[in-house]
Ligand binder design. Structure first.
Ligand code: 13P
Length: 342
């Protein structure tokens, strides 16, 4: 498959991309938060639960794995990549090595992982990955993010994306502005736009084919601790406006991250964004979808809590979130869906 074909399969079917690419440390933290003692076997059991959820392929087009998972087998002995393939889901791989303190930029992060990336891409392609992800993380507030931090992260994203395309993998380019503080929606919009403009400038300089890449941005939101929590339609309008200003039309698609929003709120906002996108005269140039981790996994993780007896109920909860988000994409989401048992 060409890059354009892979990207279209990922974003052009009104299905989402499941992010299940937590690093070992983050996955362990999440397991501990529901009382599970973390271990390689427990991580494998949790990821098995996600991947073998019945009918997941109806709502999910791709799944982003981590190095540990792409080399492992599901509990029934099939490689995870095969299990996903048989469910109609394309495998992807997170290739960044995490956000590290940026020298000389107190309080800011730069994402590591470019060294040796060409060889790692060859290995991942061999293992069956058809797309990749790299996440840059920028904090807001107190004058941050600085221009230096924005440009360094944008440059790294572009170098990663070019290497991914060279290896035949579609890069998901994820510049995330963290909205965990008390900053306003206006501030988030202003900085997200500046960040996206810088990312696309670097992608252009780096000769990345935009029709063979997917952008994974934050929505334009008030911070989680902001006293003013703007209405859903305001968030949706600000998000669409920002993307129209900063994202070139030939990008293959846009897949939102959830960034700590609850599952239901992320879905409601996605549905509202889609409503604006389908207004007469809007005609957004790119397909929109979701690529959530927490907002799709969390209810399932709480139900599972490490017990085999809870697997099917947890899978039903995962499917419900995936299905609600798919409904949001096709314009069928209705709050009443949330009342139905998972
Ligand atoms: P959240 O949806 O939990 O923000 O995670 C998305 C993701 O892929 C982070 O890299």
């Amino acid at each position: 498959m060409t890059l354009i074909e892979i990207a279209q399969k990922l974003v052009g079917q009104r299905k989402g991309i499941l992010a299940m690419d937590e690093s070992t440390a983050t996955c362990n933290e999440r397991l501990e938060s529901v009382g599970v003692l973390p271990s390689p076997e427990r991580r494998r059991a949790w990821r098995d639960l996600l991947v073998t959820t019945p009918n997941l392929g109806n709502c999910i087009s791709g799944a982003i794995l981590v190095d540990e998972t792409i080399r492992e087998t599901a509990l029934d002995g099939r490689p995870f990549v095969t299990a996903l393939d048989e469910a109609g889901i394309i495998s992807g791989i997170k290739v960044d090595m995490g956000a590290k303190d940026m020298a000389a930029f107190a309080g800011e992060k730069i994402t590591d992982g470019l060294d040796g990336l060409r060889a790692r891409f060859a290995d991942y392609a061999e293992l069956g990955a058809r797309f990749a992800k790299w996440r840059a993380v920028l904090s807001i507030g107190g004058g941050l993010p600085s221009r230096g931090c924005i440009e360094a992260n944008a440059h790294a994203l572009a170098r990663y994306a070019a290497l991914a395309q060279e290896a035949g993998l579609v890069p998901i380019v994820e510049p995330e502005l963290l909205m965990t503080g008390d900053d306003s929606l206006e501030e988030c919009g202003r900085i997200t736009e500046a960040l996206l403009r810088s990312v696309f400038e670097q992608l252009s300089l780096g000769r990345v084919a935009l029709d063979g890449m997917i952008l994974k941005p934050n929505m334009v939101l008030p911070g989680l601790k902001c006293a003013t929590q703007d209405p859903i339609d305001t968030v949706a309008g600000a998000t669409v406006r920002c993307l129209l200003r900063a994202v070139p039309a030939d990008v293959a698609g846009i897949a939102f991250l959830s960034g700590g929003q609850t599952g239901e709120l992320a879905t409601e906002r996605l549905a509202a964004i889609r409503r604006i996108a389908s207004l007469p005269g809007k005609d957004l140039p790119w397909p929109l979808t979701f690529s959530f981790a927490r907002a799709i996994q969390w209810p399932a993780l709480q139900i599972w809590a490490g017990h085999d007896a809870n697997v099917w109920r947890a899978q039903a909860a995962l499917f419900k979130r995936a299905d609600c988000n798919r409904a949001a994409l096709v314009g069928n989401y209705d709050g009443a869906m949330e009342q139905h048992a998972a």
